[in-house]
Every structure is written in structure tokens, then in C-alpha cells.
Write a protein that binds this ligand. Structure first.
Ligand code: MG
Length: 460
């Protein structure tokens, strides 16, 4: 059981004791804090907030608490009901709302839920604002509305239509090219809201859809993080159905993983690589991902006379750097596509539309397309230290060991060697350094991680 309060929101398990889990009292307190913070910030009480949720079992209960609390503050609520993270992000500016709350614990299992907080642009609030919301939650300095000033409540059921229409209207999405291919696509949406949104988008694009776990009932049939070890069933079904492609999304539909026609994973890292390849072929500019994402994106960008920049890990950091560099495309290696012409948030729907346009125009199968990209393999290790060790000082020592290499200290220490890289990040909660590596083979990636562990040990 746990409750994690951070500058990016509040996340916890349902049930148990207050302040140790995401209980109704914690939901009310944190919602009150965000609503109050927005009211203070905007210097007015009668704001409008958009609320939407993924399909997890606790969603309806949490939704009741959140929407009623906002009304209690005098805030008007537009409730989208079952929705996706990108759909809520699109709807906030669409409705000229003052912010939004998405109720989802993303890829976490069913016992979890969380509140994701959006500003008036439909973008995640930044760390500084998140810290202010946390402080307000701590102080409980709330002032609820009197009876005549309670917030109004309305529902909308056209958000998916609006979101999908905006995608179809994008000049870089070629619906006719996709339709001409009559793709057959298997969709695994872990019985969350991607099961509504993704098939609807695919049908608009003339695809034949085979649904696997598309009932939005919140009963996740497998661990909802779109990792290889959880995706055996869709890989089998793509083969059995002779489909062109498999699509996997996480419960709030901001991570997109693909399966090729042979039932092999395209690789979550390569969703962004393929979409960037398509966009940068049409418009030179910058591509952005985080420091732990695949180097394949850098390679693809350079081949197309475009620039590549890496941000600290975290969607807010990627978005900040994308704005600074006026990026054409960005995202995270975990299948998060951020296409700024639509909005600054990870969006699997726009990812699907752009990927299918690319696939149709390249006139290749998914496996043939994948073979056009450099193949990298990632390794993940960690070293456990004792609490008396100064981890920051240790990372600084590591940095000094590799001064002749390309180094970034934007987020931990990233060392780019000619043929591979390593990214060292300290945990904020435990005396641990996480070690991410990437190389041309799995063996090499794992060996590089082991070498780093030896090196760190020698410096302790
Ligand atoms: Mg997610």
C-alpha cells in the first residue's frame, strides 16, 4: 500500500488508512488544493475544469469525489467521463477551460489511481506549480463556496469525436493514403479507454479492426505496462489473423507500442523513431526525446539533416525543451509521441495516425519498415549503495572519469561513447543508482552496465 505525493501529482493505492494510501479523504484534500491553487493563481473563483478518467475500477468513485469537491469550491465541472489523457489535454483549450484533472494511474496495475493536473493549455503543470499545490494540500488553507456559489456540473460525450477530427484534419495525416491500404489491425487496450478511442480512429481511417481487450471495464487482463513480457497474446493474434499490425496502448492511452505482421514487437523505442522519420522527411527541424531514450532517434534525425536534443527524463521536461527548440516532433522512448501541431502531450491517437500515414506512403510491411532503422538494444541495471554514501558526489566522480567523452549532466550523468551510451540516475527515495545502457547488442548493453557497476564500486 502506498501514497506518493510529488510535484507531478498524487498517486496511490485504493483503500486503507488516510495519508498512507489514496483514500477518499486524500482525493478530496488534493483536489481542494489544486482547485484552490488555480483560483488563487487566476484571482477568481468561478473557474471551469475539465475532468476525464481511464477505465480502472476505482475511476467512478474517484470521479465522484473529485467533481463534487470542485463544485464545493465553486468551480464548474465539465465531465468527459471515460476518456484518455490526450483527449482531456485537447479538450481543456478547446472548451477554453482553466485547467483539467485526469484520473488515471497510467500503466500501473488496477489497485492504483492518481490525479494528473493540467493547466489552461491542457499541459501538465510544472514542478514549481506542483510544489505549490503540495504545500496547499499540507496547509489545508481552503475556502469552500457558499450555497449560492456552488459550481455547476455538466457532461460531454463528444470529446473523442472532437479529438479524432482534429487528428484527421492535420495536414501530415493522410487519411486517403491509409484508407487505400485497407490495413487489418489488432488492438490491445487492456480493457481501458483506448478500447473505445483507438478502434474508432482506425475505423475512420478505413482499417479493419480486430479487438483484443477493448471493453472499457477496468479489468486489466495482463499487467498494463506495454512491455514485451506482457504482450504475448497480441503477438499471437496478429499472426493468427494475418493482420498487418498490432497496436497496444496503456490504460490512459499516452503510450503506444506496435507489433509487426510476424507477431514481433516493433520495439517501444521505435514508435517515436518511425514517426519522427516520417515528419522530418517532410520538414527539417529538431527532434527531442529524453536522455534515456534510444539513440536511433538521433541517428534518424542526423540522416535527415535535422537536429536532435535530449532532455531530462519526464514529459514536462521533454515539452519544455521542445518549445525552446521549436521541435517538429518529440516524445519519450516508452512509446510517447508528442506532436506539437496538435498539442504538447503524449498522444497515442496522433501517433497511430502518423505511423499509419508513414507506413502507407513507404509502401512497406511493418517489419520491412523496422529494418530500415538502426537496431539498438537497451540494458537496465542498478547498484545498491549504503545510506552513508553521498550519491551526488559519486556521480560527479564518475563524470570526471569520462571527461574525454560527450557528457550531459542535465539529469544524473549521461555518457555518450562512440558506439554506445550509459545513463546514471540516482533514485530520490533509496540509496540506488540506476544504470541505463544502449548498444548494438543485448550482450554488449548488459556488459556495459556491469562495467559501470565495477567502476562505481571502485570510486566509493
Ligand atoms: Mg500512461
Amino acid at each position: 500500500m502506498s501514497l506518493i505525493k510529488s510535484i507531478s501529482g498524487i498517486r496511490g493505492t485504493i483503500g486503507g488508512k488516510v495519508n498512507e494510501n489514496l483514500t477518499p479523504l486524500d482525493v478530496v484534500k488534493f483536489t481542494s488544493a489544486f482547485g484552490t491553487w488555480l483560483q488563487n493563481n487566476k484571482n477568481k473563483k468561478d473557474l471551469t475544469l475539465v475532468v476525464g478518467r481511464d477505465a480502472r475500477i476505482s475511476g467512478s468513485m474517484v470521479n465522484s469525489l473529485v467533481t463534487a469537491t470542485l463544485q464545493g469550491l465553486g468551480i464548474h465541472v465539465v465531465d468527459l467521463g471515460l476518456s484518455t489523457t490526450p483527449t482531456v489535454e485537447v479538450m481543456v483549450p478547446e472548451l477554453s477551460a482553466d485547467g483539467g484533472i485526469i484520473l488515471t494511474a497510467s500503466h500501473n496495475p488496477k489497485q492504483w489511481n492518481a490525479l494528473k493536473l493540467l493547466n489552461e493549455n491542457g499541459e501538465f503543470i510544472n514542478g514549481e506549480n506542483g510544489a505549490e499545490v503540495l504545500a496547499l494540500a499540507e496547509s489545508e488553507d481552503f475556502n469552500y463556496a457558499v450555497v449560492d456559489d456552488l459550481g455547476k456540473y455538466e457532461t460531454r460525450d463528444d470529446a473523442f469525436d472532437i479529438h479524432i477530427q482534429k487528428i484527421l484534419d492535420l495536414p501530415m495525416v493522410d487519411a486517403e493514403a491509409i484508407k487505400s491500404k485497407k490495413f487489418k489491425v489488432v488492438v490491445d487496450a487492456v480493457n481501458s479507454t483506448g478500447g473505445i478511442a483507438i478502434p474508432r480512429l482506425l475505423e475512420e481511417l478505413g482499417c479493419e479492426v480486430v479487438k483484443l481487450y477493448c471493453e472499457p471495464n477496468g479489468h486489466f487482463p495482463h499487467n498494463p505496462e506495454p512491455l514485451k513480457e506482457h504482450l504475448g497474446e497480441i503477438c499471437e493474434l496478429v499472426k493468427k489473423e494475418n493482420a498487418d499490425l498490432g497496436i497496444v496502448v496503456d490504460p490512459d492511452v499516452d503510450r503506444l507500442a506496435l507489433v509487426d505482421e510476424n507477431g514481433e514487437l516493433f520495439g517501444e523505442e521505435y514508435t517515436l523513431v518511425a514517426v519522427a522519420d516520417y515528419l522530418l522527411k517532410n520538414k527539417k527541424g529538431a527532434a527531442i526525446s529524453n536522455l534515456s531514450s534510444s539513440r536511433a532517434l538521433r541517428d534518424v534525425a542526423r540522416n535527415l539533416d535535422s537536429e536532435y536534443f535530449a532532455s531530462a527524463v519526464g514529459e514536462v521536461n521533454v515539452v519544455t525543451l521542445m518549445k525552446e527548440k521549436n521541435a517538429v516532433i518529440g516524445g519519450e522512448g516508452n512509446g510517447g509521441i508528442i506532436y506539437p501541431d496538435l498539442h504538447y502531450g503524449r498522444d497515442s491517437l496522433v501517433g497511430v495516425a502518423l505511423f499509419l500515414t508513414h507506413l502507407a506512403k513507404e509502401n512497406k510491411s511493418v517489419s520491412e519498415l523496422r529494418a530500415t532503422y538502426p537496431s539498438y538494444f537497451m540494458g537496465k541495471k542498478k547498484i545498491e549503495l549504503t545510506p552513508d554514501i553521498d550519491v551526488d558526489a559519486l556521480l560527479t566522480k564518475m563524470e570526471k572519469e569520462y571527461l574525454n567523452e560527450e557528457i550531459s549532466t542535465v539529469d544524473g550523468v549521461k555518457i555518450d561513447f562512440e558506439k554506445n551510451w550509459v545513463h546514471l540516475r540516482k533514485s530520490n527515495t533509496e540509496p540506488i543508482i540506476r544504470i541505463y545502457t544502449e548498444a548494438f547488442s543485448q550482450e554488449e548493453a548488459d556488459q556495459l552496465g556491469d562495467q559501470m557497476i565495477e567502476k562505481i564500486k571502485s570510486l566509493v
